[in-house]
Design a protein around this ligand. Structure first.
Ligand SMILES: [Zn+2]
Length: 199
């Protein structure tokens, strides 16, 4: 279960970010908050309920960290390192990932629906039972990646190569695949046909 707190600003329906009474838009001192956030994240390895909805992070090194049951919905992450990171039930839907590296990451049960993913790398990465529905993915290679049972339904791909990927039970129905290329990957075990209703 994900527990969230509302922003303390009057009339705001936003979600308070981690260790703050305010949402990302109402932080009294955003620069101080980001500096404190960087120090807190550097000081630990496993985190639960780290809500960063709507936050903008640039150049954070989150390599090897583990995040569980966290809401990063609408966050914008640029040039961040997620090498070897573990995401379990992380919500990063309607967000933005630019130039982020996910080598060796294990991403499970997480949601990137409608997120814009540009210039990132998913190499030797497990993206397991995740939801990237309607994601817009560009210039982002998936190489030696396990995408078991992950949904790319209605996603849009531009210059995206799936190379040596495990696509068992992955879903691409209604996706725009004109900019996607598959090589040495088991496409026959993925689902592309929207008329096919078996799981
Ligand atoms: Zn607010």
């Amino acid at each position: 279960m994900i527990v969230r707190q509302s922003c303390a600003a009057e009339g705001c329906g936003g979600i308070a970010v981690w260790n703050s009474a305010h949402c990302a838009a109402h932080l009294p001192d955003a620069a101080a908050y980001l500096a404190d956030l960087k120090a807190r994240l550097a000081g630990g390895s496993s985190f639960e309920a780290v809500h960063l909805s709507g936050i903008a992070l640039e150049g954070f090194d989150l390599s090897g960290k583990e995040f569980v049951c966290s809401d990063w919905s609408g966050a914008s992450l640029t040039g961040c390192a997620f090498t070897g990171v573990k995401f379990n039930l992380v919500f990063l839907d309607r967000g933005r990932l630019a130039r982020c590296r996910f080598e060796g990451a294990k991403v499970k049960w997480s949601v990137f629906a409608e997120t814009e993913i540009t210039g990132c790398e998913f190499i030797n990465t497990d993206v397991f039972r995740c939801n990237l529905n309607a994601a817009r993915i560009a210039n982002t290679p998936f190489r030696n990646a396990t995408l078991y049972s992950t949904r790319f339904i209605g996603a849009h791909f531009q210059a995206v190569e799936f190379e040596n990927c495990n696509l068992l039970r992955s879903h691409f129905e209604m996706a725009d695949l004109s900019g996607a290329r598959f090589s040495n990957s088991n496409t026959e075990e993925a689902f592309f046909d929207r008329e096919r209703i078996e799981e």
